[in-house]
Design a protein around this ligand. Structure first.
Ligand code: ATP
Ligand code: MG
Length: 658
């Protein structure tokens, strides 16, 4: 269970951010939702009549059989145990592919892919339809049935999306394991859900070298007794070992497979997939998503938050190994019939401008990325960006962590050229789809705020006792009412599901995040409740102190944690990486400490400033403050480190200790 520090959960806010950015007339003119009034009116209706609202959204998709009831509320009216679209039958692969391939989008590009070496592939909806059907038959031929769990361990290539859609087509539950994970992560995940098959590829390209996916998988599978078959996609042609009787080639099996494969009729509450969280706060949880509600909310959020139009080229840079890739590379945009850009490799290969090259080459119009990437771009230097026009862009987005206002401003200025709205989207693996984010043609944005809730979503800021907290003060972010795309379970572990989300604040879903609401009804995420600092009785979220640090001209990234202090309860320890070209010194330390005191008050002045080359992050790029906290208090690192991106970071941090 999340350990919330004693006392009330009120967080003190220190951020002074009051810039507001209105969407341009040009953006508004063609937006689906183009005024604040329209957003507010739709929002009001969505919470007054949620069943009507979500039923209308669901009707934009194709159902094989209609639902009999939109929502069966869960315990105390919350999402716990709630059911959506009871009795409805549908298939997500049908809605992502067939619906378009058999209609007017037949020849429209569905997947627009660029490999790291520069090779390009374009799959139309008709192509995708053919590939998905055949591959679904390959899976069936291996004896895989509805309900079976299938692990997928691949790099970013069209076949990865095809694999997901083929599983969904036959009702197999996919469990994607990020292609950057090592063997033990595969072992844990495959065994946790007894997967019957694994889909992988020979190798994939990353930063100019190859990741030997098949080899890593082979090593893992020695400890995975439930896996009967492995399908291997040939991406690079690098020779791999094939185990007779177990391993088959993707291409050979496709040639032998039947062309047509009708989509299975799935119940709205049938499982769709299983996915593990990033592991920022501890051991990853295997969340189970179901079909109907997930389909509807990923569809609708994609349509409105990304304001998708027929001619858009949409690029979400997330790996499909994360929930963002599931909901906003595959299921959401494809249900909308969008053209989805996919890129295989690293953002700094061969040069630091690779992303901007891709934007110009493929005329990307919507670009959705993570704060960690934005901080890397700022660190690499703006000259890489300014070599390119970026004129095709019209909308930007971020997800994964709170975005510091200075990083937001950089994104706005350098990438969006002060023309593109930025949608800061707050959500989680557990929520399945976006929960809080601006509707870009309607809701003015404020740097660092995820702004207003999506339709049908009712965020609340409460104390540990569940009491509402007044606007302006921080507290726990919860959702009291149900929403369609909520994960229904932690696979095989009902206690963990209940304990992690439904016990801390009785009657509500507890996100684990702290937030405050301002007088305009905007939400400001303040960081994880586990990471809250308690300085002389003041409880500070990490985001605001870090934002002050990042606003210093020489600071690239920052993470703050508390360490025990006799006098103040906790002292603030800041880990800082510098912008290229700056050198660590005692003077700079003092300068930075003073800077924070001036920016947000003496209370937040860091007691220690430690310079480091890099911060410990999860493989999805999020700062792992819990490890820094252990380090700052002089202890050993005890927590789960399986999702740590680079183990040498911790060793280096230790060396730097004074
Ligand atoms: P674990 O639950 O295993 O610790 P995780 O929480 O990092 O891992 P995800 O589901 O990938 O796993 O991330 C969701 C979390 O990311 C949110 O709870 C929140 O802390 C953070 N987050 C995501 N988007 C935003 C955003 N736009 N603003 C602020 N925080 C965000
Ligand atoms: Mg989490």
């Amino acid at each position: 269970m999340t350990a919330i520090a004693e006392g009330t959960a009120n967080l003190d806010s220190s951020l002074r951010e009051n810039r507001v950015f209105e969407p341009s007339q040009e953006f508004r003119a063609k937006a689906h939702i183009s005024s604040l009034e329209q957003y507010e009116q739709m929002y009001r209706r969505s919470i007054e009549k949620p069943e009507e609202f979500w039923a209308e959204a669901a009707s934009e998709l194709e159902w094989f059989a209609p639902w009999t009831r939109v929502l069966e509320p869960g315990r105390d009216g919350s999402g716990f145990g709630a059911k959506w679209f009871t009795g409805g039958k549908l298939n997500l692969s049908h809605n992502c592919v067939d619906r378009h391939a058999t209609g007017s989008r037949r020849d429209k590009v569905a997947l627009l892919w660029e490999g790291e070496p520069g090779d390009v592939r374009k799959l139309t909806y008709a192509d995708l339809h053919a590939e998905v059907q055949r591959f679904a038959n390959v899976l069936k031929g291996l004896g895989i049935h509805k309900g079976d769990r299938v692990a997928i361990y691949m790099g970013m290539c069209p076949e990865l999306a095809i694999a997901l859609l083929a599983c969904a087509r036959i009702g197999a539950v996919h469990s994607v394991i990020f292609g950057g994970f090592a063997a033990h992560a595969i072992v844990d995940r495959v065994n946790d859900s007894s997967c019957v098959a694994l889909i992988t590829q020979d190798t994939s390209y990353r930063r100019g070298s190859e990741i030997h996916l098949k080899k890593i998988a082979d090593e893992a599978l020695e400890q995975c007794p439930t896996i009967k078959n492995v399908v291997v996609y040939r991406r690079t042609g690098t020779p791999v070992q094939m185990k007779p009787g177990r391993d088959v080639w993707w291409d050979e099996s496709m040639l032998a497979a039947e062309k047509e494969c009708p989509a299975e009729w799935m119940d709205a509450e049938d499982p769709l997939y299983l996915l593990y969280t990033s592991g920022t706060t501890g051991k990853p949880k295997g969340l189970l998503h179901t079909t109907g509600g997930y389909a509807v909310q990923t569809y609708l959020t994609s349509k409105y938050v990304f304001d998708l139009h027929e001619e858009d080229v949409y690029w979400c840079t997330a790996d499909i190994g994360w929930v963002t890739g599931h909901s906003y590379v595959v299921y959401g945009p494809l249900q909308n019939g969008a053209t989805v850009m996919m890129y295989e490799g690293a953002p700094n290969w061969p040069e630091c401008d690779r992303f901007w090259k891709i934007v110009d080459a493929h005329k990307v119009s919507i670009f959705y990325t993570a704060p960690t990437a934005i901080r890397a771009f700022t660190k690499w230097g703006v000259e890489h960006v300014r070599k390119h026009s970026l004129a095709s862009l019209r909308l930007l987005g971020t997800v994964g962590e709170p975005i510091n206002p200075e990083a937001w401003m950089w994104f706005h200025r350098e990438i969006g050229k002060e023309r593109c709205p930025i949608v800061d989207t707050y959500w989680q693996t557990e929520t399945g789809a976006i929960m809080i984010a601006p509707i870009p043609g309607a809701v003015p944005t404020k740097p660092g705020s995820a702004t207003r809730p999506f339709f049908g979503i009712v965020p609340e800021i409460v104390s540990k006792e569940g009491q509402p907290i007044t606007d302006g003060k921080g507290g726990l972010l919860v959702f009291r009412t149900s929403w369609p795309s909520l994960a229904r379970a932690v696979y095989g572990n009902p206690e963990r599901y209940e304990q992690a989300y439904w016990v801390e604040v009785p009657g509500s879903y507890f996100t684990g995040d702290g937030a405050r609401r301002d007088a305009d009804g905007y939400y400001w995420l303040m960081g994880r409740v586990d990471d809250v600092l308690n300085v002389s009785g003041h409880r500070l979220g990490t985001m605001e102190v870090e934002s002050a640090l990042v606003a210093h001209a020489k600071v690239a990234e920052a993470a703050v944690v508390g360490r025990p202090d006799d006098l103040k309860g906790q002292a603030i320890c800041a880990f800082v990486t510098l912008e290229e070209g700056h050198i660590a010194s005692d003077e700079l330390k003092q300068e930075i400490r003073q800077w924070v005191a001036k920016e947000i008050g003496a209370l937040a002045r860091p007691d220690d400033v430690r310079f480091t080359e890099a911060l410990p992050k999860t493989r999805s790029g999020k700062i792992m403050r819990r490890l820094l906290r252990e380090l700052a208090s002089g202890g050993e690192i005890k927590g789960d480190t399986t999702t740590l991106e680079d183990f040498t970071v911790i060793a280096k941090l230790r060396e730097n200790e004074e």
